[in-house]
Design a protein around this ligand. Structure first.
Ligand code: F6R
Length: 632
């Protein structure tokens, strides 16, 4: 069935849970090609009838691969957009059309400049309109949509608040195009684009929920694990103005188009035995039993037959006997994930341990996409690995310079300048000159101008210092920290990075030189355009190049989660516990990242939640736990 087909009567068990038709695709590029093909058909069909097509468009990272595919269809397959009229969902208030972050500019760069759509067919809310003219301007936008004959197909993304367009929690079912105040979470999510939350506009103009639901068809795309929870709530939860995407349930031709990661919290993926038959292998049994334990708030060993039967997991007992037996085997499985020896415990029987005992010491390579990622997610584990004698290397994949606010660079440059004046000798004058140059360049570029090479270098150096200090707290000397400075980061910007072979070459060179026994990496579940995902892909692609070499066969890859989401208990293959002192040590390491907002870095809560969940399963009660999944 094509994405744009009418959903018809919902039939299967899964749709008892899913109240909006949901199509799960392998990844975003598969989803976007499918959707673009449908849009192309619609455009061509209307061309045959000499009619226009009205498309509603979205911005953000989600539709980028979709626009790329439309451009490809135009350039390589001659698809014309002459009969297409577009209406964008929203625009930040206060941003001029050529502002780096305006949606107007985004649309030109991502789509309009590359296709043959007539300029007069493009409609985007005006972000520059004065406050007293906003109301009229919004009415006019609604009128233009109506005059165009209404929207045939509206493309949507979804924010972590569940917003569609910028309809933040509280937007009513009947709201129309208007100015709204952005939610704190939305502003936080946009902070990287705007070089800090403080610079993210507070207001935006958006089509209302009612305007959106007025479209004949709606396709909401969502990619990556950080959207999984909100997708589940919007698709399976109650219709509520707390989650504006939930109103799609009331539309008779709406589709959620999601990748595997974004679908991972849907009942059919998360608790598949509730919607059909499953193969009860060890992993599935572990998943079901840990879920039962959390659901009934009972330790695993106290679950009884009725708990299994009442929750649709009775089939496990048919195959395995009584709850008692199943409980014990799952309890053991979870217990064996806990280890204070993440690099393996030398000289012991390792059959039940997550990591093998030999060789010891191991060469361990820890990849950190941005300088702070690894310390934040596995600072405690790094400390243990070093203490236990392993040869640990921390590979910082990108310089992270885009994260460093101008203020930090200004501060360092000013100190350098002043120092040169105080010392006043020849050796420091070059530094003084450099500092003055940097200060002038910062002034000249203003808040949203692009950083000059000098400024970028200084920002990168600031972070290098901070990551070295943080690593030292975790026991790693500065020689053990390597900086990859992957080229895609230096050439790009958030949400629009493009990885190339050059990046894979850099990672391959490092892997070949180091030939690790253990790798720690993150990013596979995140948004596909996220920097972490691209960094992870560079590792996967590089490993693929060496797949026939014996060291790769002997190398285990452990995946950690960034800040996007917690690991479920059943997903954890290695749980490294932390004492209160170890947690404090990790916090101290994190505090070394002084140029980055500490709000963005705090991982204490996540580590403590994981520990609480383990405690609740009936494991020992730890202060905190860092968790890892073994790459399959
Ligand atoms: C943008 C828009 C928003 C985004 C949403 C997701 O025009 O309407 O609702 O779709 O914030 O943003 P990304 O795609 O960047 O995750």
């Amino acid at each position: 069935m094509s994405i744009l087909d009418s959903p018809g009567k919902q039939q299967t068990q899964k749709e008892l849970y899913e109240k909006t038709r949901t199509v799960i695709v392998k990844d975003s590029s598969a989803g976007c090609s499918q959707l673009a093909a449908e849009v192309a058909d619609l455009i061509r069909q209307r061309q045959g009838e000499n009619k226009n097509v009205v498309l509603g468009l979205a911005t953000g990272s989600t539709p980028v691969p979709f626009y790329k595919e439309l451009i490809r269809l135009h350039q390589q397959e001659g698809l014309s957009f002459k009969n297409v009229i577009t209406f964008n969902l929203d625009e930040y208030h206060g941003l001029a059309p050529d502002h780096r972050e305006s949606y107007n500019r985004f649309m030109r760069e991502q789509l309009f400049d590359h296709i043959d759509i007539p300029q007069e067919n493009i409609n985007i809310p005006d972000g520059t309109v004065s406050l007293d003219a906003v109301y009229e301007s919004c009415l006019d936008y609604e009128k233009r949509i109506e005059e165009a004959g209404g929207i045939d197909l509206q493309i949507l993304g979804i924010g972590r608040t569940g917003h569609i367009g910028f309809n933040e929690p509280g937007s009513s079912r009947d709201s129309r195009t208007r100015m709204i105040t952005l939610d704190r979470i939305t502003r936080r999510d946009a902070a990287a684009d705007f070089l800090g939350e403080a610079h993210v506009p507070r207001h935006a103009i958006t089509m209302g929920v009612g305007t959106i639901l007025g479209a004949k068809r709606l396709v909401l795309m969502a990619w990556g694990g950080n959207k999984a929870e909100i997708v589940q709530q919007a698709v399976e939860g109650k219709v509520t103005d707390r989650i504006s995407a939930s109103f799609l349930q009331e539309h008779d031709n709406a589709t959620f188009l999601v990748d595997q990661a974004a679908s991972s919290q849907l009942t059919r993926m998360h608790l598949p035995w509730l919607v059909g038959s499953v193969e009860w292998d060890r992993k599935m049994i572990k998943r079901a039993v840990t879920w039962l334990s959390h659901r009934f708030e009972k330790p695993i060993l106290r679950l009884v037959d009725e708990d299994y039967n009442e929750s649709g997991a009775g089939e496990i007992l048919t195959a395995s006997g009584r709850a008692y037996n199943v409980n014990i085997s799952v309890f053991d499985l979870v217990k064996h994930t806990i280890t204070g020896w993440p690099g393996g415990k030398p000289g012991t029987d390792d059959t039940q341990r997550p990591e093998r005992a030999e060789p010891h010491p191991k060469r361990v390579l820890i990849f950190s996409p941005e300088p702070s990622d690894a310390v934040m997610s596995l600072g405690g584990t790094i400390h243990r690995l070093v203490e236990q004698g392993h040869e640990v290397k921390l590979a910082v994949q990108t310089s992270g310079s885009l994260r460093v606010p101008d203020l930090a660079a200004q501060k360092f440059a000013a100190v350098l300048q002043e120092m040169a004046q105080v010392i006043g000798d020849n050796t420091s004058s070059a530094g003084g000159e450099y500092a003055s140059q940097v200060l002038a360049q910062l002034e000249e570029k203003g808040l949203f101008g692009d950083d000059s090479e000098d400024v970028k270098r200084l920002k990168a150096l600031i972070l290098r210092g901070e990551v070295r200090d943080a690593a030292l707290v975790c026991g790693l000397e500065s020689e053990a920290v390597v900086f990859q400075d992957l080229p895609f980061y230096e050439k790009g910007r958030y949400r629009q990075f493009q990885m190339t072979d050059e990046d894979v070459d850099c990672t391959a060179a490092l892997l070949e030189e180091y030939q690790p026994h253990q790798i720690y990496a993150t990013g596979h579940l995140a948004d596909p355009s996220a920097l972490q995902t691209l960094c992870y892909r560079s590792i996967e692609d590089a490993l693929e190049r060496f797949k026939d070499e014996s060291w790769v066969g002997d190398c285990r890859v452990w995946l950690y989660r960034g800040k996007e989401s917690e690991m479920n208990s059943y997903e954890i293959d290695m749980a490294v516990p932390m004492s209160p002192e170890q947690l404090e040590l990790k916090s101290e390491a994190i505090r070394k990242f002084q140029s980055i907002s500490q709000d963005e870095l705090d991982s204490r809560g996540r580590n403590q939640t994981t520990a609480k969940r383990y405690d609740q399963l009936g494991m020992a009660e730890y202060e905190a736990i860092e968790s890892f999944q073994r790459r399959g």
